[in-house]
Design a protein around this ligand. Structure first.
Ligand SMILES: Cc1cc2nc3c(=O)[nH]c(=O)nc-3n(C[C@H](O)[C@H](O)[C@H](O)COP(=O)(O)OP(=O)(O)OC[C@H]3O[C@@H](n4cnc5c(N)ncnc54)[C@H](O)[C@@H]3O)c2cc1C
Ligand SMILES: NC(=O)c1ccc[n+]([C@@H]2O[C@H](COP(=O)([O-])OP(=O)(O)OC[C@H]3O[C@@H](n4cnc5c(N)ncnc54)[C@H](O)[C@@H]3O)[C@@H](O)[C@H]2O)c1
Length: 466
């Protein structure tokens, strides 16, 4: 069938069905709008098939190994024999259906939305063209287009790299046989999480980070603790040095800026993401196809373009699944005529699932100082808390709170340690709801919990400036 003759009229087209796009299409259809959702790959996007879910399955398994290896410190002896087959099988069977999105497509269609697989692009105001296997489909849009086109792995222009069989996150989640050695290029969230998981399965891992420290966007205290933890497990962390050459001749040889070279059986490129904005026809509506991110207002409307919304990683507000879903809800409220609440980014939270885990919310100390706030900082070491001392093996961590001393509220916080991403939860509430410091200092903190160290960090804050 030649689909080019079709010219379907719909209320909303969602281009890209990452977590936010899938959610928005579903909710808009449930609200009674006629919706077409388009994806050129898999419904659900990066998170369920190549990102959060398979990587966290690796991490869950790797953490079980690490915990078993801690038995000799606390409870006797243990013998651990890692088997990657279980992880590879679980990723196929439980997470990705072997990278088949049939269930997600059915779920979407059940909501009343129509799904089209193909590459979509804007073709002027109120018009979307989709290139499908059956030809071109033209859609005329009454209410609006929601962009949720997400990202691709960014591959740095390193001499020789493009010609080698390097991995990105999309390859490593499919690995059935682990290599004996691995270089991870990039010490961000992806690099650190995967490096530690594979190392715990016996792979010899080196992390190469061009920036001065791994987990650069987090507080420096978090980088210090995580670097020490990775190194204690035998991972080599080479921070402050970029790769200049890559060659492959059976094995990889990675040349670094300082003249040294690392040999490894596999190479994972985890050097950031490239947003999918260049090939979606932004110029046809007056947008900039060369932009790295797309500017949106508090309702997720694209600045300066009528009838266009954008959500998810492409908005540059935090490349997280929960951000994509949050923004989807905002866009749905706007498209269905609700009166907010609109997007608020004061208390964006995130968790990096290394062990120790890094949970954080709001501003770092540097961001708060750069914003001109009168900043106070309180720090407590987790291993010095009662729970940390009891926990013993694997108790390293830190709680850091960042206060605006003029307003007497927290504007940011970081919890590094066992379950750091869970501990930070109460601090997310404190930042979001602007709970006065006096209240936080005088509430109950159960003994002996990890979160009780928050009370110690708060006590270390300087007094309010009046
Ligand atoms: C290894 C890894 C681990 C991660 N772990 C976490 C985590 O633990 N927690 C967390 O919150 N986040 C995590 N993330 C980030 C998370 O995956 C993303 O933030 C999340 O997927 C949201 O992305 P998105 O909604 O912007 O779109 P994406 O998930 O990137 O999806 C975009 C979709 O748009 C489609 N598309 C693009 N262009 C077009 C077009 N022109 N036409 C049709 N379709 C198109 C793509 O095929 C894709 O399906 C991780 C990412 C990676 C890579
Ligand atoms: N737990 C989570 O929430 C989670 C987990 C993984 C990914 N993510 C999201 O996915 C996004 C992408 O993750 P990422 O880790 O790829 O990106 P990132 O931008 O966080 O980190 C990439 C790192 O690679 C380094 N780098 C860049 N070029 C390099 C080079 N040539 N040599 C050496 N180092 C180089 C950068 O300095 C940076 O530290 C993140 O922004 C994050 O929001 C979230």
């Amino acid at each position: 069938m030649d689909a080019s003759r079709q010219d379907t009229e719909v209320d909303v087209v969602v281009i890209g069905l990452g977590p936010g796009g899938e959610h928005a299409a579903t909710e808009l259809a449930r609200a009674g709008l006629s919706v077409v959702g388009v994806d050129r790959r898999l419904v659900g996007g990066e998170c369920p098939y190549f990102g959060c879910i398979p990587s966290k399955m690796m991490i869950r398994a790797a953490d079980a190994l690490a915990e078993a290896r801690r038995v000799p410190v606390l409870a006797g002896t243990s013998e651990v024999t890692p088997d990657w087959t279980q992880v590879a099988d679980r990723i196929r069977a439980e997470a990705t259906d072997d990278w088949d999105d049939r269930v997600a497509v059915e779920r979407l269609e059940k909501s009343g939305a129509r799904f089209v697989r193909g590459h979509a692009r804007l073709a002027g105001p109120g018009r979307v063209v989709v290139a499908t296997d059956d030809g071109e489909m033209s859609l005329s849009v009454r209410r609006g287009v929601v962009l949720n086109t997400g990202t691709e792995p960014a591959v740095p222009p390193i001499d020789g790299l493009a010609d080698t069989p390097y991995w990105t996150n999309r390859d490593v989640v499919r690995v059935r046989e682990l290599p004996t050695s691995l270089v991870v290029l990039g010490g961000g969230a992806i690099g650190c999480e995967i490096a530690q998981a594979l190392s715990r399965f016996g792979v010899e891992v080196t992390v190469v980070e061009a920036g001065e420290r791994i987990l650069g966007p987090e507080e420096p205290e978090a980088s210090v603790v995580v670097t020490a933890a990775l190194e204690a497990e035998g991972i080599t962390v080479r921070a402050g040095v970029g790769a200049t050459t890559v060659a492959h001749d059976g094995a990889f040889a990675i040349g670094l800026q300082d003249g040294t070279s690392i040999a490894a059986q596999a190479l994972l490129v985890a050097a950031g993401r490239r947003t999918n904005l260049s090939d979606i026809g932004l110029d046809s509506v007056g947008g900039d196809p060369s932009a790295r991110t797309i500017e949106t207002d508090e309702r997720m409307r694209v600045a300066g373009v009528d009838g266009l919304w954008a959500i998810g990683d492409i908005t540059g507000k935090g490349a997280f699944t929960h951000m994509s879903m949050y923004q989807a809800n905002v866009a749905v409220r706007d498209l269905t005529g609700e009166d907010g609440p609109w997007a608020d980014y004061r208390a964006v939270s995130r968790a990096t699932f290394t062990d120790p885990e890094v949970g954080s919310v709001g501003m770092t100390e540097k961001q708060a100082r750069d914003a001109g706030l009168r900043v106070g900082v309180g720090v407590a070491k987790l291993e010095e808390s009662s729970r940390g001392w009891l926990h013993k093996a694997g108790s390293e961590g830190v709680i850091k709170v960042v206060a605006d001393l003029d307003r007497d509220v927290l504007v940011g916080a970081t919890a590094v340690g066992p379950s750091g991403g869970e501990i930070v939860g109460m601090l997310v509430t404190a930042v979001h709801a602007e709970v006065p410091l006096a209240r936080l200092r005088t509430m109950h903190y159960a003994y002996p919990t990890f979160h009780r160290a928050i009370e110690t960090a708060l006590a270390a804050l300087p007094p309010r400036v009046v």
